[in-house]
Write a protein that binds this ligand. Structure first.
Ligand SMILES: NC(=O)c1ccc[n+]([C@@H]2O[C@H](COP(=O)([O-])OP(=O)(O)OC[C@H]3O[C@@H](n4cnc5c(N)ncnc54)[C@H](O)[C@@H]3O)[C@@H](O)[C@H]2O)c1
Length: 283
């Protein structure tokens, strides 16, 4: 056994050399450098994607919030005190292909480029399985899956045609890996989104486009308020090793990792779970 087992791997020398002029801020800034990158955040007026957008803004990105709800986006901008050269809003119903296609020219006109694309619009109306009407089934798949397909196709074509690298983050859900009661179509849509993410990660890796999913566990927001009754909250707490809900800001670290060209350079096709341990709960 050598004195220092890590010397076998040959990297102990690199560590020691770099520690001589060690500047943690410089190191972290370099690793997670997002200065002036442009991020399009679909569903950005909402709670979780709003927090992710704020995190990207704080990390130096310029952000374009795309949403059907302008009022909620304006409320974010007021809270963030973000100047127009750093943050813009584009109103779109992302279930409509022509409206998704218009996002790109609008953001290019404002910011000149697009580096990061987050598909985060989602709806989750709860229903017992036998009561789901066809219209509702279609409405959920339209927002949670078809809109993500439109987003990936539109930005993928833009980047591939220009030989530009990029990063897509699709907002998945615990429901994709653990189908959730009263969320049948939602679970189905999020499982489909995960499959699309993996498929595109393989397809576009040669083009320098990374495609990942970010998988939140349970975060109380407007969207799931109707489904979170006392009984369900107790069940979630029992099944979450950390025994609490997530806070939207707890998605920022994972977002920056996936978005960063350096820190996330070899990450593609992943489903990054942020769930307080829900998905690994056992006896
Ligand atoms: N809250 C949770 O616990 C949780 C857990 C896992 C995954 N998610 C996912 O995270 C994402 C954000 O969820 P949230 O809880 O912040 O919900 P939210 O309702 O606060 O945000 C969703 C946003 O999507 C927008 N949107 C809906 N339909 C749209 C459309 N057709 N066109 C444009 N915008 C549209 C809404 O206006 C809203 O601003 C969703 O994809 C959701 O499924 C949430």
């Amino acid at each position: 056994m050598p004195a220092n087992p890590r010397a076998i791997l040959g990297f102990v020398f690199i560590e020691e050399a770099s520690l001589k002029n060690y500047d943690p801020c410089k190191f972290l800034n370099g690793l997670f450098d997002l200065e002036n990158k442009v991020a399009v955040i679909i569903g950005g007026a909402g709670v979780l994607c709003g927090a992710m957008a704020w995190g990207l803004l704080e990390a130096g990105c310029r952000v374009a919030l795309v949403d059907s709800n302008r009022k909620k986006a304006d409320a974010h901008f007021q809270r963030w005190k973000s100047p127009p050269e750093k943050a813009m809003f584009f109103k779109a119903d992302v279930t409509q292909r022509d409206q998704v296609a218009k996002i790109i020219p609008a953001v290019l006109e404002w910011f000149g480029e697009i580096d990061i694309w987050i598909n985060g619009a989602g709806i989750a109306p709860p229903k017992p399985y036998l009561e789901i009407m066809d219209e509702e089934f279609e409405a959920i798949l339209n927002v949670n899956l078809k809109a993500v397909h439109f987003g990936c196709q539109v930005i993928g074509e833009h980047w591939v045609n220009r030989g530009k690298k990029g990063c897509i983050i699709n907002i998945s859900s615990m429901a994709a890996i653990r189908p959730l009661s009263r969320s049948f179509v939602y679970s189905l849509s999020k499982a489909g989104l995960l499959n699309l993410t993996q498929n595109l990660a393989r397809e576009w890796a040669p083009h320098g486009i990374r495609v990942n999913a970010l998988c939140p566990g349970f975060f109380p927001t407007e969207q799931n308020r109707q489904i979170l009754d006392k009984q369900r909250i107790e069940a979630i707490m029992r099944l979450t090793p950390m025994a609490r809900f997530g806070n939207s800001k707890e998605l920022i670290g994972a977002t920056l990792l996936l978005a960063s060209e350096k820190a996330g350079s070899f990450i593609t096709g992943a489903n990054l779970v942020v769930d307080g341990g829900f998905s690994v709960m056992s006896i």
